[in-house]
Design a protein around this ligand. Sequence first.
Ligand code: SAM
Length: 295
Amino acid sequence: MSIGRTKLNAHIIRTKHYKRKMHLVVDMKIENINDIDMKKWKKYKEEDIRTDSLWIIGKRDNSGVHSPDYWGNFIPQIPRQAMLRFTKKNEWVLDPFLGSGTTLIECRQLGRNGVGVEIVPGIAENAKKLIEKEKNRYGVRTEVVVGDSVSEKIWKEVDNINKKFQLIIMHPPYWDIIKFSRKKNDLSNAKTLEDFLSRFSMVVKNTYPLLENERFLVLVIGDKYEKSEWIPLGFYCMENVLKTGYKLKSVVVKNMTENRGKRSRHSLWRYRALKGNFYVFRHEYVIFFEKTDDR
Ligand SMILES: C[S@@+](CC[C@H](N)C(=O)[O-])C[C@H]1O[C@@H](n2cnc3c(N)ncnc32)[C@H](O)[C@@H]1O
């Protein structure tokens, strides 16, 4: 090979390397949507700021007023991770299925403003009391709205509190696995899978305009097993969110610790699984979507 050709090859290799580097730089968004200091990124440990798609979380965080007492609440580490990666201090978080208020408690701990909607007045009232007991060292606003997230009406009320949100966290009922109330419009009272999905889609559509562009929706959901069939609620809900126009960014699989009921019936479930040729649920999904108006 002539010297000229060697030089040319070296130039091509350098150009390819440069392009690859540039690609990496372009892939890392320029605008900050969090307070992570990228100059010190190596200092963050995986359990502090997660980047893997498998979350094995040991103990439930019980800091501040967080409590495991509400049957069906998620562990505080889920909204915490979402807020740390996808919001900055003083930004706004929306939770259309507030339950016991985990998201808003976490908002107070991390210095984010938050609005939560809950259909059952008693649950909302308890959540409000609990959230107010959490220290508010950053002086943020945390508002609980009683109402049905499926109906358009409630969103005017939310709009009066705040117009644009930087993160939406949704933790809907896993259809009818836990009945949260007798209310007709409670998603856990949907008569059929189609009905459940159509109500869930309405919530996604109603909240879409409230999310700022290039920001994230996080969906926390598990599947269901009924009449000897696995019903992949997670995948169905994910498909519905995508139909609204969101871009899929990540599907995280998180370990699910046994709830009180299942723990005491562990061997019964194992027996059923062996007999029925299925696997006992040990995971749920945390699915991340980005709103991109250019789609
Ligand atoms: C899985 S729980 C959420 C738990 C919450 N992440 C927590 O940590 O406490 C779902 C909640 O959605 C509420 N819900 C069901 N249908 C609703 C609707 N149409 N509008 C608003 N809230 C609803 C239920 O009452 C229940 O509290």
